[in-house]
Design a protein around this ligand. Structure first.
Ligand SMILES: NC(=O)c1ccc[n+]([C@@H]2O[C@H](COP(=O)([O-])OP(=O)(O)OC[C@H]3O[C@@H](n4cnc5c(N)ncnc54)[C@H](O)[C@@H]3O)[C@@H](O)[C@H]2O)c1
Length: 350
């Protein structure tokens, strides 16, 4: 099968990443680029890509079956709709749109034009996430009551459009969209309500950090935390099951699962000194009453997103990232913003 030729709109950090990644895949490749910035145009020409003078020229190129949109977030709807109307399939970077209604409009236009719109929720294939999803699906720690999903950096919010609300800046739209998508793609329980707090410490009109608590049926709780001003590493994931706890420390998959060893004989609980007091409740178990296991590693298929995109484009399978899932995440982010603005729990009725 011949490689799928793609035009790229927005050749910055992520557009450049896609071009390189596609080139290694052997199934999809970037032919050319449209970008408003002369520096990006120059870089594209130096990298042997066609540089289109305007986006209409890119859309008129019959060799392109699909377009990748990797502009700042506020431009995604405009280009996605133009691509659909030109008969091009679209890979759209996340967040697909800044509001749910803008995304509905994009998705409806693609449906009307008979083209595919698939949002690049690439973190569904992150191996740290696949470790946690595997624990959840295989019940490796018994019923799970609580999950903490956290990312943090110490470099603040990157400068430029990511600091401007009107351009779709802020960490909820940047990272929240991935982390909520991961949670919703995994959890079988129904999301009932949420509570969110935003941080504006950096002084922008959009959030530089947030903490979101999502409560699901069965009293399961997922906490999603993003911080851009944290100076010590904290675990990427902590999973609390009835029969064990898992920690995924980082993206290099350091971590472990610790499970209690159950015995017939009642266990004697010894206390520990804790600060100015004494506790049995908060004492860890002695080593011989728990087993420590390595994380079960699940390796993602290489180039999985592009493979699924091509299959969906050829109507050989349903899109792996479905537009109703994308819309649901955007609605959850809208509910989180409302919760943060009004400082209250928001019920989820969708
Ligand atoms: N999926 C992921 O893991 C991931 C990672 C990083 C970024 N992203 C997403 O990719 C998109 C781009 O992010 P980035 O980090 O590459 O940003 P960037 O600022 O590095 O690049 C954006 C590029 O778009 C160009 N551009 C701006 N406005 C344009 C317009 N109207 N028409 C054409 N080109 C325009 C800029 O000149 C720049 O070259 C964002 O939606 C972002 O959320 C996704």
């Amino acid at each position: 099968m011949s490689t799928v030729k793609v035009g790229v709109i927005g050749y910055g950090g992520m557009g450049g990443y896609h071009v390189k990644h596609m080139a290694k895949s052997g199934i999809i490749e970037a032919k050319g680029v449209y970008d408003i910035d002369p520096k990006s145009q120059k870089r594209a020409a130096e990298n042997g890509l066609v540089v289109y003078k305007n986006y209409e020229d890119l859309l008129a190129d019959p060799e392109l079956e699909a377009v990748l949109i990797a502009t700042p977030n506020d431009w995604h709807p405009f280009y996605a709709k133009a691509c659909a109307k030109a008969g091009k399939h679209v890979i759209c970077e996340k967040p697909a749109a800044i509001t749910p209604s803008l995304f509905e409009d994009m998705a409806e236009t693609a449906d009307e034009c008979g083209t595919l719109l698939m949002v690049h929720q690439n973190r569904r294939w992150d191996d740290d996430y696949l470790v946690v999803k595997n624990i959840y699906e295989k019940d490796l720690l018994g019923p799970i009551g609580r999950i903490e999903s956290r990312v943090q950096g110490a470099n603040g919010v990157p400068s430029g459009w990511r600091c401007e609300k009107i351009k779709g800046g802020g960490m909820m739209l940047d990272w929240g969209v991935h982390m909520i998508d991961q949670v919703m793609f995994m959890m079988k329980e129904k999301l009932l309500h949420l509570y969110c707090q935003y941080s504006y410490e950096a002084g922008y009109d959009c959030d530089d950090a947030f903490k979101l608590e999502m409560v699901f049926s069965g009293n399961k709780c997922v906490e999603v935390v993003v911080d851009t001003n944290c100076f010590t590493p904290l675990p990427r994931w902590v999973v609390y099951g009835h029969d064990g706890t898992a920690v995924v420390e980082d993206w290099d998959l350091h971590g472990k699962m610790v499970r209690p060893i159950y015995t017939e004989k009642p266990r004697e609980i010894t206390g520990i000194k804790a600060g100015n007091g004494f506790t049995k409740t908060m004492a860890y178990r002695p080593h011989d009453t728990v087993e420590t296991l390595p994380l079960e590693i699940v390796k993602p298929e290489p180039f999985a997103f592009y493979k699924h995109f091509i299959k969906a484009m050829r109507k050989e399978e349903e899109p792996y990232v479905k537009n109703w899932e994308v819309l649901r995440v955007l609605k959850i982010m809208t509910a989180a913003a409302r919760s943060a603005a009004e400082n209250k729990v928001v019920e989820i009725d969708f």
